[in-house]
Design a protein around this ligand. Structure first.
Ligand code: NAD
Length: 261
């Protein structure tokens, strides 16, 4: 039997998907036939225009729903407003880099809320829908930092380890149903979240931009290359295929060998 990825008739809701990895996943899931719900906390014309472009290029239905993933009630509203939710991608994330004694408490709270607690709220509303629809995929975007740590990223590492734990619990609670839950753990992908870390890391290590890229970021990525948003999208699409039906409760590293070190 040949496995194909045909997501026609399914709806994918991707949090934090007006840029970067979330957007790359939206494109790939749309190419596989899924209708798309994009999300971020803004409500700009450009946000809706991205949805229109995906719909025009791929022929699926795509729309944008504004909801702030730092707020539990808005996370829940997103899934309610989406209507169908066959594929839930918890991707929204932010970063802040500082040593623990200097780490602002409000940044800690925001990172835990957006990078981890949002997935709890969206999953809580999505699972009953998946059960009713008889099929579901929960894909949590964790990180190599969900499996290992780096200095100065206390909140991020804690949140990403936390979402890996939530992924396992989600998988166990759905294990006997046609629903899977997995975490994708990217290494460094050159997206706006990474671009924004470069100045802070330059300051932290007193290094040039090129030094930070080669000797801090890609130092731990043995391939010495950034992973791409298209590769993240392809991995998400694979997790939605029948070939992946028995893959649940695990992490898939897309990190150029980082976690093999
Ligand atoms: P990005 O900054 O391009 O994307 C983050 C997305 O989250 C954006 O769409 C942003 O609008 C959205 N977002 C931020 N705050 C939000 C909020 N309060 N409510 C709703 N949406 C919000 O960065 P990215 O690299 O594409 O990151 C996506 C995910 O991938 C994050 O969870 C990140 O931790 C993870 N990740 C990224 C890398 C990397 O190297 N880029 C590596 C590992 C994991």
């Amino acid at each position: 039997m040949a496995f194909t990825i045909d997501l026609a008739g399914k709806t994918a809701v991707i949090t934090g998907s007006n840029s970067g990895i979330g957007l790359g996943m939206a494109w790939e899931l749309a190419r596989a036939g899924a209708d798309i719900v994009l999300n971020s906390f803004t409500d700009n014309e450009e946000d809706h225009a991205i949805a229109d472009e995906i719909a025009k290029e791929t022929g699926v239905t795509a729309r944008y729903i504004q909801a702030d993933m730092s707020k539990g009630d808005q996370c829940r509203r997103l899934i309610t407003e989406a209507g169908r939710c066959d594929i839930l991608v918890n991707n929204a994330g932010i970063q802040h880099v500082a040593p623990i004694p200097d780490f602002p408490a409000n940044k800690w709270d925001a990172i835990i809320a957006i990078n981890m607690s949002s997935a709890f709220h969206t999953t809580a509303v999505a699972l009953p829908k998946m059960r009713m629809q008889g099929w579901g995929r929960v894909i949590n975007v964790a990180s190599a930092h969900g499996l290992t740590a780096s200095p100065y990223k206390s909140a991020y590492v804690a949140a990403k380890h936390g979402i890996v734990g939530l992924t396992k619990v989600t998988a166990l609670e759905t294990a006997e149903e046609p629903i899977t839950a997995n975490a994708i753990c990217p290494g460094y992908v050159l997206t706006p979240i990474v671009e924004k870390q470069i100045p802070d890391t330059m300051k932290e290590y007193d290094m040039s931009r090129e030094d930070v890229i080669q000797n801090v970021m890609l130092k731990r990525q043995p391939s010495k290359e950034f992973a791409t948003v298209e590769q993240m999208g392809g991995t998400a699409a694979f997790l939605c295929s029948d070939a992946a039906a028995q893959i649940t409760g695990t992490t898939i590293s897309v990190d150029g060998g980082w976690t093999a070190l």
